[in-house]
Design a binder for this molecule. Structure first.
Ligand code: NAY
Length: 290
């Protein structure tokens, strides 16, 4: 698991216009991202619309990506679900498919108590030999520092995907939990900040669309070249700020198609762009570029 560092796109899942998983598009996108030099992929998470798929469909995506990657880069499968039993099934399948790590948001909706959430991680992590990356994100309800620290006592919990803006806690986790507790910074617009506080890598949406910029940021931060990192982050953030005003996953999928690798469409209730809306979108991005 110590090998899983660097820039890791939270891979979009490619659906066709009728919302079916599009295996051909998925395989092409995986090859495209590997060609760009990404360090790993994070599957069926938020950006991957994991919660809009049945467990069987999620398993299919994992199998297809594992097959296409064929060991070239490490893979983390998000297996989070509202129930432990469903997550365990997903975790076991991901393990037998051949991923390198699993990850999960805490169980949501019912506002489970701290012990229930702890047991959720314990049960899922114990169900396979794979390392678990806890996924802390406001969408599922952020868990606090002390709780993350408690999860880290579970054998197999290897790190956290930290999609929160309080980056001082990245440093604190490294100090109080241990330097080998992996921390992935999850806010793309703050990539250089996360890395400066000691994050081991970046997992996020926009690395599907502009991996080069973040690979450059990651390299610059490792070399303590703040000027370059800042320049690249500034460019990336113009795109991120624009895209996040609308359904940015659908935007990334369309924008990828302009680059010759069609990301397909989103599943409802996420909205998509019709042909005329897409033309407007393309013009907006042209203006941003110029
Ligand atoms: C995932 O599992 O898809 C993620 O990594 C999610 C991380 C993203 N956060 C959210 C709320 O979706 O990449 C970020 C985010 O899209 C980006 O920072 C822009 O705000």
């Amino acid at each position: 698991v110590n090998e899983i560092k660097g820039v890791i796109p939270a891979l979009v899942t490619t659906f066709d216009m009728d919302e079916n998983f599009d295996e051909k598009r998925m395989r092409a996108l995986v090859d495209h991202l590997i060609g760009k030099g990404v360090d790993g992929l994070y599957l069926t998470g938020s950006t991957g619309e994991g919660f809009l798929m049945t467990p069987q469909e999620r398993m299919k995506v994992v199998e297809v990506v594992v097959d296409q990657v064929n060991g070239r880069i490490p893979l983390i499968a998000h297996v989070g679900a509202i129930g432990t039993k469903i997550s365990i099934d997903l975790a076991k399948q991901a393990a037998s498919a051949g991923v390198d790590a699993i990850s999960s948001v805490p169980p949501f909706y019912w506002k489970f108590g701290a012990d229930d959430v702890f047991n959720y991680y314990k049960d899922i992590t114990g169900s396979t030999d794979l390392p678990m990356i806890v996924y802390n994100i406001a969408l599922a309800g952020l868990v606090g520092f002390e709780q993350v620290k408690r999860f880290s006592t579970i054998e197999g919990v290897a790190g956290v995907k930290y999609t929160a803006t309080s980056h001082f806690e990245v440093m604190r986790m490294k100090e109080e939990i241990g330097n080998d507790f992996l921390v992935y910074s999850g806010c793309d617009e703050m990539a250089m900040s996360g890395l400066s506080f000691g994050a081991d890598g970046l997992i996020g949406s926009f690395y599907n669309l502009m991996p080069e910029l973040f690979i450059a940021i990651n390299k610059a931060m490792a070399e303590r070249d703040l000027k370059t990192a800042e320049e690249k982050q500034r460019i990336a953030n113009i795109i991120i700020m624009h895209a996040t005003q609308k359904n940015y996953v659908a935007i990334m999928k369309r924008a990828l198609s302009w680059m010759g690798v069609d990301g397909g469409y989103c599943r409802r209730p996420f909205s998509n762009f019709g042909a005329s809306e897409e033309a407007v979108l393309k013009d907006e991005f042209r203006l941003l570029r110029d």
